[in-house]
Design a protein around this ligand. Sequence first.
Ligand code: PGA
Length: 251
Amino acid sequence: MRKNIVAGNWKMNTTVAEGVQLAKEVNEALANEAVNCDVIVCAPATHLASIAAVINQDKLGLGAENCADHASGAYTGEVSAAMVASTGATYVILGHSERRQYYGENSAILRDKLALALANNLTPIFCIGEVLEERENGTYNEVVKTQIEEALFNLSAEDFSKIILAYEPVWAIGTGKTATADQAEDMHAHIRATIAAKYGKEVAENTSILYGGSCKPSNAAELFAKPDVDGGLIGGASLKCADFMGIVKAF
Ligand code: PGA
């Protein structure tokens, strides 16, 4: 069966020392109490090896926020999937709306990144979601379906089964404006139906679909109570251990 997951996305925040401290706090909180979901932190590439050295990955998973669309070579400044894996991290966020919007990542680039992540045994946390205009003009279901079809439907069922999806309505990210639990559930059910039509009901039922966008301790329980919402991808509220753990404990 699919897992419940709460994953932090620190984005471009914290120095190495601050990030190690935050990861240690989350790790310690998880050592001291039983929780009902998998917990992951996704940190800047510079931090990963240092964090991997101080956490227990049986309790706290570690991921990158991105990886390159090439395996190796003359791509100054890029961090490959193999490099991410060599830090000890086992997850990677791909297709985040900030990468799509500010760094021109499209479905063709994301297909290459996904293939490299999977080839290096990283679990992709693949983000999809519509912008405000698409929410308002009613095309959001079609937009998200197309994002999934273009980037993921070339995968075998076996590879698709390794992926975690994150529905993040762009209008809700960092805005304090959360999708309602019903809006999230409607979209998650639509995503699961889209997967079922391609890969069958079993694969669809086993896919974890996280919600992201201004998720916080005060609204997490209502979102996570929905049958097709399997957890959250948490930006701002993942930067403080108490807030992040408040969301983890919503399960
Ligand atoms: P937010 O970000 O929780 O700060 O809205 C979520 C995300 O972008 O993953």
